[in-house]
Design a protein around this ligand. Structure first.
Ligand SMILES: [Fe+2]
Length: 296
């Protein structure tokens, strides 16, 4: 079938009606987005001659996979694409430099304890090495950032996050803290060394990854938000540079400048890492994205 089929008058009229183009009311921008999205799906169906059975299998996949959308979205590269897109827009606006942003992932939990000083993130026992991490939070001119709040979250040695641990072994907010930073802009914490993890076995993300010949593994990593008055809120994470999946992260979280190699000595590992924040141009810069996040 010729691709022009989607351009035929009956299909175009269907698209107009389905997206609300032919009626008053509703959101005009959403109408256009919906129309383009449905038309793109139609083009894929025609291009690959998707059968009726395949079509309904795809619908079933989406229905069953809805609980894993937070993993599927980074797995297919869309979450990283958003970073690339925001970077490109920043560059166009002359806003570059500082610590790179990278994907948030689906496992942040709101309401972690707010702590100060040299912090221990791990409330639970975990038979693994101890990670020490420290550094400075500065602005682009090297000035210490005052009044920062550093959100940190990472997995345990089994690759599981508190609040999402299928073994049920972790206490709430284990390996999750919000660290109130002093006027010197320095932070320091220690915790039980995280390991990388794989997407849930047998789940929708794994099915898709395997179907396209990929794996669903992430290297060991630590997530951060950094927020401070007058600065752009930064969403980022470090991947451990010595992890086998360091540059083969299924979620595309690895970025240049975010890949420190832990200095491992016996049963301890040290990472020195500085955060460099851009100044906020507008109030919105200081906010988080409107993503739905787990609250506990
Ligand atoms: Fe993670």
């Amino acid at each position: 079938m010729n691709q022009d089929f989607v351009k035929s008058p009956p299909v175009q009229q269907l698209l107009d009606r389905a997206s609300g183009m032919t009626v008053e009311g509703g959101d005009d921008r959403l109408k256009h987005i919906l129309r383009d999205l449905v038309e793109a799906s139609m083009n894929v169906i025609v291009k690959y001659d998707v059968s009726e059975s395949e079509f309904w299998q795809a619908v079933k996949y989406l229905q069953e996979g809805v609980g894993e959308f937070g993993l599927i979205v980074p797995g297919i590269g869309l979450e990283h694409f958003m970073d690339l897109y925001m970077d490109a827009k920043d560059a166009e606006a002359g806003r570059s430099g500082g610590t790179p942003r990278t994907i948030e992932g689906p496992l942040y939990v709101e309401g972690a304890p707010i702590v100060e000083g040299d912090v221990n993130l791990s409330a639970d026992a975990d038979d693994t090495d101890t990670l020490y991490m420290s550094g400075a939070i500065t602005g682009m001119d090297g000035e210490p950032v005052k009044g920062a709040l550093l959100h940190v979250w990472h997995a345990n040695s089994k690759g599981f996050y508190s609040h999402f641990d299928p073994t049920g072994e972790q206490t709430p907010f284990n390996n999750r803290r919000r660290i109130r930073i002093g006027d010197d802009g320095r932070y320091a914490f220690h915790s039980k060394m995280p390991n990388g993890y794989a997407v849930p076995p047998g789940g929708a993300t794994e099915k898709l990854m395997h179907a396209v010949g990929r794996h669903g593994n992430r290297p060991a990593h630590v997530h951060f938000f950094v927020e401070a008055p007058g600065y752009r809120t930064l969403t980022t994470q470090i991947n451990f540079g010595d992890d086998p999946f360091a540059t083969d992260d299924f979620a595309f979280g690895t970025r240049e400048g975010l890949l420190p190699v832990p200095n491992r000595q016996g049963d301890t590992a040290y990472i020195a890492f500085d955060f460099v924040l851009q100044k906020a141009d507008e109030e919105d810069d200081e906010h988080f994205s409107a993503r739905a996040r787990t609250a506990a």
